[in-house]
Design a protein around this ligand. Structure first.
Ligand code: FE2
Length: 193
């Protein structure tokens, strides 16, 4: 049974500054793989639950893989749905004000976000908001599932697995990040608050 459906993000094709359609197609294909594998794992977990075979190494391994596939799926959905904009944040908006409060200003936030994204390794840089005190923080997420802060709201994330930039930028991760920022739709990001 298909629990999750692959989103198309058709609005992005031919519209993104510095992102080729070929790279987007490859990336969307990889995202589709996370959706399919999440559905597959959930179905297999459900089967073992029905058969009460939950106290098994197979069940434990499926549970372990679920976090990686599910987060891979959901992080890509956050990533693609934040794109397709003009990269300009609303300077009168609450997010801009919160960046000033938490980092001293947009530029300081961006510097921290991009520095996090340039860290060696594969994963994601992600902006979170702590609903307990309104503080904004950038985190490094290793792979897809390691390093998420518990109970914080994800507002924005950038994919820094090589597949996200290799085709268009080679090893120039900074060039890819520059293009990424130019395509952000800050209205979508602000709505996630
Ligand atoms: Fe990716």
């Amino acid at each position: 049974m298909e629990i999750y459906t692959t989103q198309k993000f058709a609005n992005l094709k031919g519209k993104m500054i510095g992102f080729s359609d070929k790279a987007l197609d490859i990336h969307l294909g990889l995202y589709d793989g996370y959706v399919k594998n999440t559905n597959k794992l959930l179905a297999e977990i459900s089967n073992l639950q029905r058969e009460v075979k939950t106290d098994t190494p197979e069940y434990a391994e499926l549970k372990r893989r679920l976090g990686w596939e599910f987060d891979g799926m959901r992080l890509h959905e956050f990533y693609f749905s934040a794109l397709g904009g003009n990269g300009k944040i609303d300077k009168k908006g609450k997010l801009f004000a919160a960046m000033k409060e938490s980092f001293g200003g947009y530029e300081a936030w961006e510097n921290d976000f991009l520095s996090t994204a340039k860290m060696r390794g594969i994963g994601w840089a992600a902006l979170y908001r702590d609903p307990k005190n309104g503080k904004l923080m950038n985190f490094w997420i290793n792979e897809h599932n390691d390093g998420h802060p518990a109970g914080l709201d994800l507002l924005l994330n950038v994919d820094v697995f090589e597949h996200a930039f290799m085709l268009d930028y080679g090893t120039n991760r900074a060039g890819y990040l520059e293009a990424f920022m130019k395509n952000l739709d800050w209205k979508v990001i602000e709505k996630r608050w």
